[in-house]
Design a protein around this ligand. Structure first.
Ligand code: APR
Length: 226
């Protein structure tokens, strides 16, 4: 039985791959009103603007490459049972080789029917346009969780946290619940680490590792694999 590691990531783990975070300077929420581009109300009001926002982000994801932190996280599978629970909608963990990735906020590289939410389609190209419809004729949308919509896989994620022997949280401001609340499900017995380049509110029982993901995560992983 391998020890289980839960790696909990936010936008910061993909920052050094060139993908914008949300709340850092120059972040996405400094350029767009989230209620316009990441909410059901914004979709009702102006679906073309919402589609354009995600088409731009999807193009950035397709142009990005996994960084040394994503790759180090994937290497943990050599010795541990690893579950990556991510708030990110990019596929960089998968492209780095992680085999168990839980997307609690959905995936930008998938489309979903607006009439039949269970119908999910891998995207052929980088864009979803007005007029792209499912076989029932309803408009396709990005398969991501908008503000006010249900977050996914929370029961499974709580279970993984509560049975972890190590938890490594990387690159999240813990601003958005219920995802942010997952960090509290780690048992007292777990070794808990929190990686961020700047001092911030660290969850109780977590040890703060100051630095960027690519500077801090590979050496920590090397130690854990030694
Ligand atoms: N390495 C590690 N951490 C970094 C780096 C880096 N190179 N650069 C920035 N960070 C940290 C920031 O210090 C911050 O703590 O990453 C975090 C980014 O925070 P947010 O921009 O709030 O991103 P996140 O926590 O993932 O947001 C959660 O909010 O808008 C919603 O759905 C969206 O999933 C997202 C959720």
């Amino acid at each position: 039985m391998k020890d289980k590691i839960v790696v909990f990531t936010g936008a910061g783990v993909s920052a050094e791959s060139g993908l914008k975070t949300f709340r850092d300077m120059g972040g996405l929420w400094h350029r767009h009103r989230l209620e316009d581009v990441a909410s059901p109300q914004g979709w009702q009001r102006d679906p073309a603007t919402v589609l354009r926002f995600y088409n731009e982000r999807r193009a950035a994801v397709l142009a990005a490459r996994p960084n040394a932190a994503h790759r180090a996280i994937a290497r943990l599978e050599e010795k541990y049972e690893v579950v990556v629970i991510t708030q990110n909608i990019d596929d960089l963990h998968e492209r780095a080789g992680s085999s168990r990735v839980v997307h609690v906020h959905g995936e930008i590289l998938k489309a979903r029917s607006t009439a039949l939410p269970e119908r999910i389609y891998p995207l052929k190209g980088p864009a979803i346009e007005l007029g792209d419809r499912c076989e029932r004729g309803s408009q396709l949308r990005p398969d991501v969780v908008w503000f006010g919509e249900a977050v996914r896989h929370m029961d499974e994620s709580e279970m993984h946290f509560s049975t972890a022997s190590k938890v490594l949280a990387i690159g999240t401001s813990l601003s958005v619940y219920p995802a942010a609340g997952l960090v509290a499900y780690a048992p007292f017995s777990a070794e808990r680490w929190f990686v961020s380049p700047e001092p911030q509110e660290i969850p109780r029982g977590y040890r703060f590792l100051e630095g960027t993901a690519t500077a801090v995560v590979p050496p920590l992983v090397e130690q854990w694999l030694a």
